[in-house]
Each structure stands twice: as C-alpha cells, then as structure tokens.
Ligand binder design. Structure first.
Ligand SMILES: *Cc1c(COP(=O)(O)O)cnc(C)c1O
Length: 357
C-alpha cells in the first residue's frame, strides 16, 4: 500500500548547469528524500525536503565503524518526453542484501521505490535530455546513533540524492587501459565484497591512484587469496569474449552482483550467444591474448554502462586487445542496452519502469 510521503518544496530553486558540462556527481537537484529509523519506531517519517546539509553527532557510528551502504541507478528522459527507470526493484533488493551484511535493518522496497519515483517526479526538470545524459540516483543508508561501542547502530537514515550526469562517451567510445593489481585486493569471500558499502571503495583508492599515475584509468582486481582469478574492474563487472564465447567471473562471494552484468548475461542468452559464468584466471586470459582468441573485453556498471578494455598490464606484461579498438559485440551491447534505458529501443525484457509525471 502506498504510504504518505510528506513533501516540502524549496522556495529557492537552483540554476541548472549546462547539459554539456555536467560531468559525474558534481551538481545536485533541488530536493532529497529522508527516512529515519529508530529501534522503537522502525522506519518512520518519509519526507522530501529541499536539498541541504544534514547535521550529525560527531560520534555517529557511520564515521567510526563504516556502517553504511549505497546504491546507484539512473532516470532517463525519453525522446517523447516520458521518464523511465531501469530495473529499480533490483537496486532495492541489492540494497537490502547489503543492509543485511552490514547489520542495518531492512528498508521496505516498495516504500523506497515509491520515494524514488516521487523524488524524480518532483525534480523532473533536472533530468537532462541531451544524448547520453541522465539523472543519477543515489540511495544510501548511514548509521546515525551517537555511541562509540562497537555494535550495530540503533538509529539510521535512509536518503536519496540525485545528480544530473553527462554523456560518458561524449567523444565516442574510448577503450580504457587497465592495470592488473597484484598487491592490494578489493575483497575476500566472507568479507563485504558482495555489499555496496563504503569501505570497499576507500580500500581501493590507493591502488587506483598508483595505477592512474602509471597511465591506467582502472584497476583489474584479482581474488584475495591466490591473486590468480579475475574479479572486477574498478567498480565494474568484467566480461571477455574468447573464441566466440563470452565469459564473466561467477559470483563467488567477493564480487558485487551488478545489475548491468545481469542484464548483459540476459541479453546475450536471448541473442543465442554462448555466455559462461565461471572462475577465470589471469593466465588463461594472457594465453587467449597470445594465441589470438581473446576477441573482446569490457567492463559493465551503471555509470559507464559498458566500458571497452583496450589494454591490460599484469606484472609489467602488456596485453593489447584488438589493437585497442572497441569490439563489435561490445558496441552492439552498449547500443542496445542504452537504447532500452533511454527509450530509443522498445524494451523486450520488461526492465523499464515509467515514472508518472
Ligand atoms: C556498483 C558496482 C558494480 C556495478 O553494478 P551495477 O548494478 O551494474 O551498476 C560493480 N562492481 C562494484 C564494485 C560496484 O560497486
């Protein structure tokens, strides 16, 4: 049943940035959503309020013990003026899996989706319409109880903020160079790699920065135990086309279950292209590169949707893929998936959800 979400509109609307200068996560819309939690009341007081700073006690648990999770998805303006979301229910299912891992209470998925739709509706003027642009939606939960004992917080805030984002490939699809990290690891099975939680990203900044200084735009993470199996690329899942078959690492407990990943697997199956989820070693990838069967490689995630990989470097051994050009299947997947998301292509999978205006 739909709940009542209290709405306080701003009296001071911000000026909107030009659509060719949006970047990623720089500008925020006029409103945000907040839902509070206490052990006594459960989740209470759902409300949309003007975008503004929040005040927290310096002892709030999120600052000390990292009890926090987030999600990321996008709203798109179609050419005929409709607004659509891409598989938002999946994000709230994952949000609650992340919550469970971080000892954060479940958020009602229906209320979260209702709040998201209502917030997008209120700030619909912020959805950019230039090709490749969208409104990035960031739901997140933080532990707010002021107490330094190491135990789950008794108070939380669930919030949604939104940011208009620019075209990722304003100058055409550009294959990235990735550095295979052999020293630091992102996650281990049994840890929190499966959860979209802050610490995973903080832990990766160091290696990311070192790779960037060497001229690589992303890290390819190997498994935390043997540093042998491929896990993810930065904050994207990763796929390789080898001799006509598409491979991606199976969800092994340390890999984040991407919704783009799931969508790509689904699309490949519906196109009768063989797709296999299994552990993949870095050695076999280099072998496929050497014997000419490594045909395409790409990362998948909400921000870039698909990011072709043109070159890798593992232990000072470079591996150039397709002379650094974008693969045909990579490009077709990108065009089809972004077409479904932005409404240019009819959605055969029932993935899009329209937001009432
Ligand atoms: C968010 C994320 C992904 C991609 O997930 P999508 O649902 O496709 O956006 C992949 N890996 C990590 C580590 C992530 O945080």
């Amino acid at each position: 049943m739909a709940q009542t979400i209290d709405i306080t509109l701003t009296t001071n609307k911000k000026e909107k940035p030009p659509e060719n200068k949006l970047g990623f996560g720089i500008y925020y819309t006029d409103h945000m959503f907040i839902l509070d939690y206490s052990v006594e009341k459960g989740w209470y007081d759902p409300r949309i309020v003007p975008y503004q700073p929040i005040t927290l006690d310096p002892a709030a648990k999120v600052f000390h013990y990292g009890q926090t999770i987030f999600e990321g998805l996008k709203a798109y303006r179609t050419k005929d003026g409709r607004i659509q979301l891409f598989r938002p229910q999946k994000n709230f299912e994952r949000l609650n899996r992340s919550n469970a891992r971080l000892s954060i209470p479940d958020v009602d998925g229906e209320l979260a989706l209702q709040a998201l739709q209502e917030l997008v509706r209120v700030d619909q003027d912020w959805i950019p319409s230039a090709p490749g642009t969208s409104l990035y939606l960031r739901p997140f939960v933080i532990a707010t109880q002021a107490a330094l004992g190491v135990a789950p917080s008794t108070e939380y805030k669930f919030m949604i903020i939104m940011s208009p984002v620019g075209a990722y490939y304003a100058e055409g699809m550009n294959p990235v160079k990735i550095y295979v990290e052999s020293d630091h690891v992102r996650a281990v099975k049994g840890g929190v790699g499966e959860a979209k939680t802050a610490g995973n990203y903080a832990a990766g900044l160091n290696a990311q920065q070192a790779a960037s200084e060497k001229g690589y735009s992303q890290i390819l993470w190997l498994d935390g135990v043997q540093r042998k199996y491929i896990e993810e690329v930065g904050s994207m899942n990763v796929f390789f086309k080898i001799d006509g078959t598409v491979y991606t690492p199976s969800l092994n407990g340390s890999i984040l279950a991407g919704i783009t990943r799931d969508s790509i697997i689904h699309m490949l199956k519906s196109w009768d292209i063989p797709v296999v989820e299994r552990p993949i070693t870095i050695e076999e990838l280099y072998e496929a590169g050497a014997n000419g069967t490594l045909e395409e490689a790409f990362g998948t995630g909400t921000a870039a949707v698909i990011s072709p990989i043109g070159e890798m470097n593992w232990q000072d051994k470079p591996l150039v893929i397709r002379d650094g050009s974008t693969g045909e299947l990579t490009a077709k997947l990108y065009d089809t998936l972004t077409g479904i998301q932005n409404g240019d292509i009819e959605d055969p999978y029932g993935w899009t959800v329209e937001v009432k205006q």
